[in-house]
Design a protein. Structure first.
Length: 133
């Protein structure tokens, strides 16, 4: 079951500059900064009420974030949805015709297991499913 919007991911080229911008905008500092080597990113999280904004900077030329920025520039990269069970949601959504980039959950940032739906089945929006570890 999808419970809530977990976070909105924003691809950035300069993490420090973007953190400064969001600190000014939101009036608070990020609560967490983390490298996710498997995804080739460094993340920085801001909490707003029960939701979060995740800034993502690629840390190598082959990272998905670097490729995204090269194609589309900085901006909204994905929307993450919190689920109780990734496996159950993958099965449910596959049965409804959605496709996944990979159906095998992997460790993501902020103590989550994650999978991504293929944007060609979600009106061009990259959707991430997140389950607490």
């Amino acid at each position: 079951m999808i419970n809530k919007i977990e976070h909105i991911g924003i691809a950035v080229t300069d993490l420090k500059k973007s953190e400064d911008l969001f600190e000014k905008l939101l009036g608070k500092k990020p609560y967490k900064k983390e490298e996710v080597a498997s995804e080739g990113v460094v993340t920085s999280f801001f909490k707003i009420g029960n939701q979060k904004i995740e800034l993502l900077k690629g840390n190598n030329s082959g990272s998905p974030i670097q490729k995204f920025i090269e194609k589309r520039k900085e901006g909204v990269h994905h929307i993450a949805l919190h689920v109780d069970s990734i496996q159950k949601e993958v099965e449910r959504l596959e049965n409804l015709g959605f496709e996944f980039i990979s159906t095998t959950p992997k460790k993501g940032a902020d103590n989550k297991m994650i999978v991504f739906l293929n944007p060609k089945t979600t009106n061009g929006v990259l959707v991430e499913l997140c389950e607490d570890i």
